[in-house]
Structures are given as structure tokens and as C-alpha cells.
Design a binder for this molecule. Structure first.
Ligand SMILES: Nc1ncnc2c1ncn2[C@@H]1O[C@H](COP(=O)(O)OP(=O)(O)OP(=O)(O)O)[C@@H](O)[C@H]1O
Ligand SMILES: [Mg+2]
Length: 280
């Protein structure tokens, strides 16, 4: 197996050279504040899982919001499937740390909810039902359609949020620390599930995390964001086969590379790092 190598560019590794999202020289600032990030260029290939890693406050969530069309860049441009992006694209979906289920809707209706967004292409009732049932089955919730959010564990609620995203049949799933509120075992289950379902749905993912181990377990590519204003500091392609737990030596090598780079950034000290064997 090849050792993971840092890459010089931030272009997506799509075999056909086709990108679902590309952003060039993005800069962003909140009102009355200095720049959050500057000169950020990113490409995400179709079906590629890209993890954006970095210390707290370096601008990961803000960058995700700009790339998702929820915020407007001060400079630069975002293209989704080759078209300029000015608002969230119907073939994109979002998952956040909190599942944000509507308590008055059952699991099925919560999972359907993303199909009602503006600009989502209309689908008939039968297709809608099939899509939502397929998504719920994929996340292990077949048979729980009538349950209420209050009856779900945190992990189950996050499964509904993932099903809601999948039902939109996204080309690109934006996920901002979707598992950070879950216990370690549930988080590991959800990381495996994410990889499995996005492969099955042929979706690309931009996953924001400050957990190195999460990034290494799921990513095809890891981008390390750092600095004030933030920028993409380093990048690694991850060629370790799934499930990555079966390749501990390669995982440990990459972990040390990423950890060393993260520690070398000013924000590194604030990042969440679980202790690992041999990490002294
Ligand atoms: N709505 C807002 N208005 C003004 N400043 C903001 C807003 N949201 C975030 N910021 C600031 O922008 C910077 C980047 O925040 P952001 O949430 O993008 O960081 P992050 O890397 O996602 O951090 P974390 O890992 O803690 O989630 C921070 O200094 C933050 O205080
Ligand atoms: Mg954040």
C-alpha cells in the first residue's frame, strides 16, 4: 500500500476529472470583523469524501456555509456542477451537529422534510415514499417510521438527519461535525455508516471535523485549515482501504503526519485530539 502523501494542490481526485464543487480564491468576512478566511481554493470530485480539519475558530464552519451557498463570499466564486452557486443547490444536503428534528413530526415525516425545500424538484407521492423508505432503511431505521423524535437516542436522531439528507439524493453532502455530540461507540458506528451510505448513494461529502481520527477513518482527502485569516495549510490524499481499522500501521503513520502538522499551527493546541497508542 502506498504511504499517504501530502498533495501540492487542492483539486479533487475524481478519476474522470469531474468536480461536483469547485471554489476559487474565496475570501469571507463577517460584518464589522476582519477576514475569516482568504484565498481559499477547493475542488471536490464526484463521490469524493473530503474532510476539513482544523482547530476551533479557524473558520471551518464558515467555509462550509459559503461552499454550501448559505453565505456569500466577499471575493471568489463557488461552482456546483459547473454552475455558479448563489444559494443552496437542490442536489446538496446538510447535516449538522444537532439532528434538528421537528418534534411534532414522526421519523418518516422528518426524513421527508428535506424534499419540501424551495427549488427541490417536485416528485410524486409514491416516488417520495420510496425514496424516504430507502433512505431510512439504509441508516438502519426501517420499521421506525412512526416513532417520534422524543423516543429516539442521539444516534438514532442523527440517523434520521442522515436519511433526510440522503432522501434528497445529493451529489454533495455537507456535514459540520455531525457526530461530535455522540458517544464514542455510536460515533464510530455513524462514521462507518456514513462511508457506506455515501458510497452507495454515489455522493461526495465535505465533512468538517476537529477529530483527526474521524478524518482518517472516513476521508479520501484531508484538508488542514489554519491561520488567521484561515487558509488551507496542508492536504493529504488517503489511500487506505476501508475499513481502515483493518490497516492500523497506515492509519498510525498518517495520524502522526496530520497531528504534527496540526500541532505546528497556532490553533493546533485547541483541537480535540483523542489519545492514541504510541502517541507520546
Ligand atoms: N455569525 C457570526 N458573526 C460574526 N463572527 C462569527 C460568526 N460565526 C462565526 N464567527 C467567527 O468567525 C470565526 C470562525 O468561526 P467558525 O465557526 O467558522 O470556526 P470553526 O473552525 O468552525 O470553529 P469550531 O471548530 O469551534 O466549530 C470565529 O472567530 C468566530 O468567532
Ligand atoms: Mg465549526
Amino acid at each position: 500500500m502506498n504511504a499517504p502523501q501530502p498533495l501540492a494542490s487542492t483539486l479533487g481526485r475524481d478519476p474522470a476529472g469531474e468536480q461536483v464543487l469547485s471554489a476559487e480564491r474565496l475570501s469571507f468576512a463577517y460584518a464589522k470583523a476582519g477576514p475569516t478566511f482568504e484565498d481559499v481554493s477547493i475542488g471536490i470530485g464526484r463521490r469524493e469524501i473530503v474532510c476539513l480539519l482544523g482547530g476551533s475558530g479557524c473558520g471551518k464552519s464558515t467555509l462550509l456555509r459559503v461552499l454550501a451557498g448559505l453565505e456569500t463570499a466577499r471575493a471568489g466564486a463557488v461552482r456546483f456542477l459547473g454552475q455558479p452557486l448563489h444559494q443552496p443547490h437542490p442536489r446538496s444536503a446538510l447535516v449538522f451537529q444537532q439532528a434538528s428534528l421537528l418534534p411534532w413530526l414522526n421519523v418518516f415525516d422528518n426524513a421527508s422534510f428535506g424534499l419540501d425545500f424551495k427549488h427541490q424538484p417536485a416528485i410524486d407521492a409514491a416516488a417520495r415514499k420510496a425514496r424516504v423508505q430507502e433512505a431510512l432503511a439504509a441508516v438502519g431505521l426501517a420499521g421506525r417510521e412512526q416513532a417520534w423524535p422524543a423516543e429516539l437516542s442521539g444516534g438514532q436522531a442523527q440517523r434520521v438527519a442522515l436519511a433526510r439528507a440522503l432522501a434528497r439524493e445529493p451529489e454533495l453532502l455537507f456535514a459540520d461535525e455531525p457526530f461530535s455530540a455522540l458517544d464514542a461507540i455510536t460515533r464510530a458506528e455513524m462514521q462507518r455508516l456514513l462511508v457506506e451510505v455515501v458510497h452507495r448513494w454515489h455522493a461526495a461529502v465535505l465533512l468538517v471535523t476537529h477529530d483527526i481520527d474521524e478524518a482518517i477513518l472516513v476521508a479520501d482527502r484531508i484538508l488542514l485549515m489554519a491561520g488567521k485569516p484561515g487558509h488551507i495549510h496542508r492536504e493529504w490524499a488517503v489511500d487506505i482501504p476501508h475499513p481502515r481499522e483493518d490497516h492500523p500501521a497506515a492509519v498510525t503513520t498518517l495520524r502522526m503526519q496530520v497531528l504534527t502538522a496540526l500541532r505546528a499551527t497556532a490553533e493546533g493546541a485547541a483541537a480535540t485530539l483523542a489519545p492514541a497508542p504510541n502517541d507520546s
